[in-house]
Design a protein around this ligand. Structure first.
Ligand SMILES: *Cc1c(COP(=O)(O)O)cnc(C)c1O
Length: 459
């Protein structure tokens, strides 16, 4: 049973694995830091929580006032192996004592090569692959587009409704949502086209027909509006992250991938949020057996150290001239050591199974919660990437961002870190570290249930 899989990995955690609210959220020390921040930090960078972190590990984040919050965020799907994972911390420290940087483009080192070998082996498909390393998810997506354009000699790039791909000019252009990501930051990059997404809960023809209908519509629009012979690549998240954990209806991804193959279009899977065991597969594309031409990874790759990767078909990436790709910090040696530790942890601690077990605990409880609260219109996700979408009432589709914010606020006050998402801001999403102990997973769900009950009786 799942309870045997979920537990403390390899023994004990350094921090007490408990929820503890001792000062109220935020406490006095956090409030002081909040004031300093307001005078020093650009307000365009915002934070979900009003507390400042002192420590974190296992399933908790501890703040500067001694409050211990249950972590259902993992720093946005980054600390899948746990925050300050001991194996990661050890390899990082050892590397930091040897050398911190040479620039791989100046003087290379083994760990970069080892990370590329591992990604070539582990990403979907057993074809010949190449990888190169960069610093962030956005940089990986930018580079995937560069590679697709170079290899095909074409310009158009297709993205989808509700997609999120980053905050640089090109990735902001690929991103669907105006506020807060794009508003006032234009003009955007040219030759980006947006297609409908197979969003089961909101598909006009109903969830049952969503996969084939959405695929047909997207393919029809690409054919008529762009012309497949002009399309370099299609960029898609196999489960959309910031867009609201939208799991494309069955059949959609395979149909788009088939269309791409037929027309020499490169299928680029943005696995930045879904990768590294999060969804109960090592990569989310595996769920429907989709083999992408290019995969972008970041977030969960290195336990929180900045690293990202582009892994693609060898015949695609081998075309690009030496010097055409790279960057000063890309594949930093400290980050590469962290990534190698993360990959060992995923395997040794069976974190793919653990993610599935987390889903088996969470999804039934979220569905039971939805039975009691008609404002939960949809429960979805896979593995340790689950969400509820909030609407105005039974059978309604109108988004309810106010209740979403209210429940999130109550969770935070009670010591549970949850994140919101969605084009309409009406999705609560849950991304616990895969090493969270079962009692904290269960207690976090208790807090969520209590927060819903309290918000319902208050409203
Ligand atoms: C977070 C994210 C990005 C951007 O990654 P950064 O490291 O923040 O640049 C790109 N794609 C997806 C799917 C993401 O979730």
């Amino acid at each position: 049973m799942s309870s045997q899989i979920i537990g403390t990995p390899s023994g004990v955690h350094r921090l007490a694995q408990e929820r503890r609210v001792v000062t109220g959220i935020p406490g006095p020390r956090s409030r002081e830091l909040q004031e300093r921040r307001a005078a020093a930090v650009a307000p365009g960078v915002s934070s979900v929580l009003p507390v400042y972190v002192a420590d974190a590990g296992g399933g908790v984040v501890v703040d500067v006032d001694g409050n211990s919050l249950i972590d259902f965020g993992s720093g946005i799907a980054v600390t899948n192996v746990g925050n300050a994972n001991p194996r990661v911390a050890e390899r990082v420290a050892a590397q930091a004592e040897r050398f911190t940087h040479t620039c791989f483009m100046v003087a290379p080192y083994e760990s970069y090569v080892a990370v590329c070998e591992a990604l070539n082996r582990l990403t979907p498909g057993d074809h010949d692959k190449r990888t190169f390393l960069v610093n962030s998810g956005a940089e990986a997506v930018e580079n995937a587009v560069k590679a697709a354009r170079y290899a095909t000699g074409r310009q158009a790039i297709v993205a989808f409704d509700h997609g999120y791909h980053g905050r640089t000019l090109l990735t902001m252009t690929l991103t669907a949502k105006n506020m807060p990501y794009k508003h006032g930051f234009g003009p955007y990059a040219p030759e980006v086209y947006r297609m409908p997404m197979a969003y089961p809960f909101r598909w006009p023809g109903g969830a049952e027909n969503c996969g084939p209908e959405a695929a047909a519509q997207a393919i029809d629009q690409i054919t008529k509006q762009i012309g497949p012979e002009n399309v370099a690549g299609v960029v898609i998240e196999p489960i959309q992250g910031e867009g609201g954990f939208i799991e494309p209806a069955p059949g959609f991804l395979p149909a788009i991938a088939d269309f791409c193959r037929t027309h020499g279009i490169l299928f680029i899977a943005d696995e930045v949020q879904t990768g590294f065991a999060r969804t109960g597969d090592l990569f989310a594309c595996e769920h429907e057996g989709v083999v992408p031409d290019i995969v972008t990874t970041a977030k969960g790759i290195a336990g929180g150290l900045p690293l990202a990767a582009v892994t693609g078909r060898a015949d695609v990436l081998d075309k690009i001239h030496p010097g055409g790709l790279g960057g000063t910090y890309g594949g930093n040696p400290v980050s590469c050591e962290a990534a190698l530790a993360v990959l060992e942890e995923i395997e040794n601690e069976k974190l793919v199974d653990r993610a599935r077990a987390i889903g088996e605990v969470m999804l039934p409880r979220l569905r039971a919660l939805a039975d009691r609260h008609p404002e939960i219109g949809d429960v979805r996700g896979r593995g340790a990437m689950t969400a509820v979408e909030l609407v105005r009432g039974a059978g309604a589709k109108e988004p309810n961002p106010e209740l979403t914010a209210e429940v999130a606020r109550r969770c935070h006050a009670a010591g549970l870190l949850v994140l919101t998402a969605g084009t309409h801001g009406n999705v609560l999403r849950f991304l616990p570290p895969l090493v969270i102990p079962e009692h904290l997973l269960s207690e976090g769900l208790d807090v969520l249930e209590e927060s819903f009950a309290a918000a319902a009786s208050a409203g």
